[in-house]
Ligand binder design. Structure first.
Ligand code: NA7
Length: 556
């Protein structure tokens, strides 16, 4: 149903004063990445009047925006794909073990077309504010396109790594050449051929794009603040017959995926299913024997010990093995040394790469260690460190995201009593199950903070959330209920439970700084945001809460 009125947007946001179209809905989905698309499909199937809005002009979310050269998923595509439709599973053919961004984007477009989802998506429409009306128990959602929505439920499928960071570096605006970002790479692509490139950032995106850019650029300067723990991905084309074999066994693969901690059977080429923890301890092993393990296991060696991810000294010894592997792959001793991380293994997300270390053996690739010579400023034609000036034609930033909370905090979300979500989250992103926030009724978050999200295969995590939310809305409709809201006590108990799971863990300790902890954003409160209990236990918990009549939620 569509109505027309002239409502002005909330104060402080780009006022939308033109004649606005307000569409009345059962549910509005924000985002048309994998979460938003499946949510839209599922609610439509269940007879809800639902639409989605999407900032971009196409579907895909992460795989729409992060279209930088070298972008690739780090779990197997056969597993990193929708499991809800047996038909789609059989119809789509993956070409590689771990698909590249173009193939993933094609796949997501295929799904959108196959399910005829586009007709219910408003593209190039960014939500700027949403206000909960306590009189009607409905959300008024205002967008920058003039479209407004009056929805009973809002489902934010806004992504965990979708709010791009612009590095706070003096002089950034003064650079006269092109400035590119991995997380907003131009849709038409960019040809680095023959150009001198200055690249900042060596997280997953930097590590993936550096070898590809080095193939084209005439000169590449890599400005590294923190070295990466990365190992070869072992990607390859799927062999003939391999895909058919997997498709024939899909039910079993999905079943096994659901039993694993992270919803995936392999990370890169390494099996994580049913792996028994190693029983050897690095601190009790003489150096020559540690090196023998490197000879035997290669890049698997640094983590092949019981104590490395739990004890700081053991961790340092593990990093030594990692350094040994880098030395074996990088010719220049000084560069090899600079590529060894200075922080514990396991703090940040493990990266997998294709030819990363070998890239630094190329004569036209230079690593600049910012820990030794920090950036002073960007100049019109390059970058000045404390040590000298580097001149280049293109500035290329792989500087990451305001993870997990950034996308929602950039919207003015007002719940009960006009409370702003970003104020509520100032001391940490409180949430019940990562699905709802107390004080914000009828608003759901897909893979929100406090859920397994980024620690799991994202599509598996998304499917579990979408199924749960769809069942919840159907159950509310069946019982004639209008409002569901997380209760503050249940939320607090969940926060404490989630915090207890990471207590004493290296990844949440003072020696670690990661985007999981919000540590890449100056001033952001330091809290380990994803839920560490694993997907199977989490799913069980969500299901038992639903079975108990949505325990911990108030329903009216
Ligand atoms: P990440 O992993 O957050 O990496 C960002 C990189 O950019 C990291 O090396 C940062 O160094 C570096 N960075 C950020 N700001 C600066 C400034 N101002 N100066 C120098 N270096 C800077 O983002 P990605 O996009 O690579 O990956 C995000 C996730 O996407 C990834 O974990 C996967 O899950 C997929 P720092 O480490 O902060 O010292």
């Amino acid at each position: 149903m569509t109505a027309t009125n002239t409502v002005a947007a909330a104060d402080g946001v780009n006022a939308v004063k033109a004649e606005n179209k307000t569409t009345r809905l059962d549910a509005l989905v924000i985002g048309a990445g994998v979460g938003g698309l499946y949510m839209l499909h599922k609610l439509r199937e269940q007879g809800f009047n639902v639409r989605a809005v999407e900032m971009g002009d196409g579907v895909g979310g992460t795989w729409y925006w992060n279209r930088y050269p070298g972008a690739r998923v780090d779990v197997e595509s056969l597993e990193y794909s929708f499991s809800f439709s047996k038909e789609i599973e059989q119809e789509w053919d993956w070409t590689e073990i771990m698909a590249s961004q173009p193939e993933l984007e094609r796949y997501i477009n295929f799904v959108a077309d196959r399910l005829d989802l586009r007709r219910d998506i408003e593209f190039q429409t960014k939500v700027i504010s949403m206000t909960f009306d306590e009189a009607t128990d409905r959300w008024l959602v205002v967008t920058d396109s003039g479209a407004q929505f009056d929805a009973q439920f809002v489902i934010a499928a806004t992504g965990c790594l979708s709010a791009p960071l612009t590095p706070q570096i003096e002089g950034l605006d003064s650079f006269t050449g092109p400035v590119l970002y991995t997380n907003r790479f131009p849709k038409e692509g960019f040809d680095f051929t023959g150009l001198r490139v200055g690249l900042i950032g060596t997280g997953s995106s930097g590590v993936q794009t550096i070898p590809v850019v080095a193939e084209q650029a005439s000169e590449l300067f890599v400005f590294q603040r923190s070295a990466a723990y990365t190992r070869p991905a072992g990607n390859r084309p799927l062999a003939p017959g391999e895909l058919d074999e997997a498709k024939a066994d899909y039910e079993n693969i999905r079943y096994r995926q659901r039993q694993t901690f992270a919803g995936t059977l392999r990370f890169g080429a390494v099996s994580v299913e049913g792996v028994t923890p190693p029983d050897r301890r690095i601190l009790q092993t003489p150096l020559e024997q540690r090196i023998a393990v490197v000879d035997e296991l290669g890049w698997g060696a640094p983590q092949a010990w019981a104590d490395v991810l739990v004890d700081l000294d053991a961790n340092k010894a593990g990093t030594e093995l990692y350094a040994e592997l880098i030395r074996r792959n990088v010719k220049d001793a000084q560069t090899a040394e600079a590529l060894v991380p200075h922080y514990p293994m396991g703090c940040k997300r493990q990266i997998i790469d294709t030819g990363y270390f070998e890239t630094f053996n190329k004569d036209h690739v230079t690593l600049v260690d910012l820990r030794k010579t920090p950036i002073e400023r960007i100049t019109p034609n390059g970058l000045q460190t404390t040590d000298g000036h580097y001149e280049f034609d293109v500035l290329y930033c792989a500087t990451g995201f305001d993870a997990m909370t950034g996308a929602l905090n950039r919207i003015d979300i007002r719940g009960r009593d006009g409370k702003l979500l970003r104020d509520e989250w100032r001391d940490g992103p409180g949430s019940y199950l990562g699905l709802q926030v107390a004080g914000f009724p009828n608003l759901f978050t897909i893979t929100g903070p406090g859920s397994p999200s980024v620690l799991a295969n994202m599509i598996m995590a998304v499917e579990q959330h979408v199924d749960w939310i769809a069942d919840c809305l159907t159950s509310l409709r069946d019982s004639g209920s209008r409002v569901i809201e997380a209760q503050a006590e249940a939320q607090q108990a969940w926060i404490e439970h989630a915090a207890a799971l990471v207590e004493g863990e290296l990844r949440a300790s003072e020696s670690c700084n990661s985007w999981y902890l919000g540590a890449n954003i100056p001033g952001k409160v330091r809290i380990y945001m994803p839920y560490m209990g694993g997907l199977p236990a989490y799913r069980e918990r969500c299901d038992s809460i639903a079975a108990a009549g949505y325990a911990g939620f108030a329903i009216a």
